[in-house]
Design a protein around this ligand. Structure first.
Ligand code: DGJ
Length: 729
């Protein structure tokens, strides 16, 4: 049983294969967190609660536990204004202007499977692999109903949490914050890991010891952002890739967020995560509900690597949906870095012909095919084919590309509008704006108001018309501007602050419609590179463009960081031209292929300008991709190198779940003199078994490969790569 309620001890215990999560209901209906960590057998654990009776100068609560403070109690769902002075999950404003609130236990329900979250992306149960606990609570003072939802995915050590509130009172209420999860850890001796960055340098890893006070990452940009990802981890100071305790928290959301660890004066750590309360409020009329997004939580005592593998499994199996979830994705060529805006259908056909010869399977036409868009200064919103460029129309082009033997994909940026567009002339009020204020642009564009259904309906009808007009099998959905001057002329004042979240719900609704109308469509999300690389987007698109930085060496860090939370098989990764357009670095074609191999794989260059040698290399790379992709998509991922720690090398490995095969990838970053032997230790193999290396024919015991290591042959020069494939004998 993965969820137990011990009526005597009033303890809820949620068990995965290797972890336990537990909390207690006091006689007064307060929910107190007991434990999250390695699996424990018993439910008689309320002795773990150590709540001092009198905390000097801190308001005391007098209930059946005697006088005590909430300021140091481990709260399962902390609320605002009731003598717990730490970061709350729940805050509102009632008609009297009061913001205090409570969450008092009423009842519970345990069900098989997992219900959907209204309008939001979330993990789902497959073949009964999840159980769900709902805790029904109330605030007796104002009639708010609070439902805490926990789902247990036993097989991959994941517990998801979300919260829904309903105004069952007699007056409207303003919801001021509703964070999705709170986990109270008994100690502070953890490191926090976050993924920070900027454009072309997304999701670099930072790790630092927790200090007293609050440490957080957030976004108030309306999208997850390049600056901080909405995933955080906590691990023991001594935790490594392979050993030690690690907790991961991935928010299944794509808008403004906060993820925080707060260490209090008693050396206890509170972790919270959810929609950023900054500039947020939601008006709840009587009877109205609000659903907060889900947080995917995992615990592993097999190091940071173990944490990542749990997250990869849940995302691959229970978050990504649809036809493409379990399939190898077509190898594509995208014309962005080949042509930027300077292309027409003749150029695309030329690329398609050459790509076909090399074995590529799909042509993606990127930005610049619509309106009069010949630079990034115009036409967003004018989703009409520019027949000066696409001569004879889109269907003619797509048919020709199909005749050559390639599938066809297309780029859209549905969430944006250019002031220089027909759409803006007709509807200057359709962008997010504050009447009378300056409209700041970024990349000469404004954000279309996706909180408005009429606006969404129009944009959707344009996208649908284009997709229905030809055999288009893939869409790259781009988003290249953050939200500012957030307001509109439609919602009443008390609902203006809802626009941030309504906008995100609008994006989700649009993508859901797209997938419903075109169930075979392969959708790839993108946001100025990887600014919306999050679990929310993965529910709609099985792959996300990782970064506009396609340089193989920069990608080592970006992909290493991204892999902390997300499975490699969803990384948009392409071989691009050298010197690289972002950093000017020259790297071997082979290395570019090896670095893109764990991702969705494709090309982003002008194939017509490649040497014969590179064209032949494409054929070899495609063979490798086809051979290893099932292992990459289904296997366990192990980080071996750390590109943040050394410039010498990076390495990683995929091991099949049954441990019969393994792929080691190695990249020599900077060649050093007199390093005669580069030996790397493999991981995850089956002890007691032997493995043959395809590249050198030698048979090794798992023990030798894991304890002594595998010798990488000498590689001459910087940025060289090598792969080794092992099968169990
Ligand atoms: C940003 C994306 O990340 C690029 O790949 C490309 O599609 C451009 N936008 C097009 O404007």
């Amino acid at each position: 049983m993965s969820i137990i309620y011990d009526e005597n001890k009033k303890v809820f215990k949620l068990d995965t294969a290797k972890s336990t999560y537990a909390f207690h209901v006091t006689n007064d209906g307060t929910l107190l967190h007991l434990y999250y960590g390695a699996k424990i057998p018993e439910t008689d654990i309320t002795h773990m609660l150590r709540i001092p009776g009198d905390e000097p100068f801190v308001p005391a609560v007098h209930d059946s536990m005697g006088p005590h403070s909430f300021d140091c109690a481990p709260m399962e769902f902390p609320t605002s204004g009731m003598a717990d002075f730490r970061e709350p999950c729940f805050q509102l404003m009632d008609k009297y202007g009061m913001s205090a609130c409570e969450c008092v236990y009423k009842d519970y329900r345990i069900t098989d499977g997992k219900p959907k979250l209204n309008g939001l992306p979330a993990t789902y149960s497959r073949d009964g692999d999840a159980k769900t606990l709902e805790i029904f609570c109330t605030d007796p003072h104002n009639g708010m109903e609070i439902v805490l939802m926990y789902s247990v995915f036993e097989y991959c050590d994941v517990i998801t949490r979300s919260v829904r509130v309903k105004n069952n009172g007699t007056d409207p209420i303003e919801l001021r914050r509703l964070l999705s999860t709170c986990v109270e850890l008994d100690r502070m001796d953890y490191d926090m890991i976050t993924l920070y960055g900027t454009w072309a340098r997304e999701r670099h890893v930072q790790r630092f010891p927790l200090r007293f006070g609050k440490q957080s990452v957030d976004s108030n940009r309306g999208a997850t952002s390049h600056a901080h990802n909405n995933f955080i981890a906590l691990c023991e100071h001594t935790a490594t890739e392979d050993f030690g305790e690690a907790y991961g928290f991935a928010l299944c959301y794509s808008g403004s967020f906060v993820a925080m660890a707060e260490v209090n004066q008693y050396e206890k750590t509170r972790v919270v995560s959810g929609i950023n309360p900054y500039d947020f409020s939601w008006h709840l009329e009587c009877g109205e509900e609000f659903q907060a997004p889900e947080v995917i939580m995992t615990y592993s005592n097999e190091g940071i690597g173990g944490m990542s593998r749990n997250l990869h499994d849940i995302m691959r199996n229970n978050l990504i949906r649809g036809k493409w979830r379990d399939k190898r994705r077509p190898i594509l060529i995208n014309n962005w870095e080949a042509t930027y805006f300077d292309f027409d259908s003749d150029k695309l056909i030329e690329i398609a012909k050459e790509a076909k010869k090399a074995g590529i399977e799909m042509l993606v036409m990127d930005d610049g095919w619509f309106g009069h868009r010949n630079s990034d200064r115009s036409s967003l919103g004018d989703w009409f084919v520019n027949e000066d460029k696409i001569k004879g129309g889109l269907k003619k082009l797509v048919d020709e590309v199909n005749k050559i033997g390639l599938k066809f994909g297309i780029w859209f940026e549905p969430e944006m509008i250019s002031p220089d567009s027909e759409l803006y002339k007709a509807h200057p009020d359709w962008c997010i704006h504050i009447p009378g204020r300056r409209r700041n642009t970024s990349r000469s564009q404004l954000v279309i108001d996706f909180s408005r259904k009429d606006v969404r309906d129009y944009i959707y009808s344009r996208v649908k018309d284009i997709l229905s007009s030809a055999n288009i099998e893939y869409v790259k959905w781009d988003m290249n501007r953050q939200l500012s001057e957030v307001g509109n002329e439609v919602l009443p004042p008390e609902r203006q602050r809802e626009i941030w979240h309504r906008y995100v719900l609008g994006v989700y609704e649009m993508q859901e419609r797209l997938l419903t109308d075109f169930p075979d469509l392969l959708l790839e999300n993108c946001a100025g590179g990887g600014s919306r690389f999050d679990a929310g987007m993965l529910y709609y698109s099985p792959q996300i463009w990782t970064s506009d930085d396609t340089d193989a060496i920069e990608r080592l860090k970006i992909q290493h960081g991204t892999s902390l939370c997300y499975p490699c098989s969803c990384f948009g990764a392409h071989v691009s031209a050298s010197p690289n357009h972002c950093v000017g670095r020259i790297t071997p074609f082979k290395t570019r292929g090896h670095v893109a191999l764990p991702g969705t794989f494709g090309y982003e260059l002008d194939v017509t300008k490649l040497s014969d040698e590179d064209k032949n290399a494409i054929k070899e790379q495609i063979e490798e991709f086809n051979k290893y992709n099932p292992l990459v998509r289904n296997g366990d991922y192990y980080r071996i190198g750390d590109p943040f720690a050394t410039d010498r090398f990076d390495a990683w490995e995929f091991v099949s779940k049954d441990k019969t095969e393994a792929l080691l990838e190695y990249v020599q970053v900077l060649k050093e003199p007199s390093v005669f032997l580069q030996r790397v230790r493999l991981k995850g193999l089956q002890s007691g078994k032997y493995y043959r290396c395809e590249q050198n024919g030698r048979v090794y015991s798992a023990e030798v490969l894991q304890n002594s290591g595998f010798d990488i042959p000498d590689l001459w020069g910087d940025f060289m790569s090598y792969i080794a494939y092992f099968t169990m004998v």
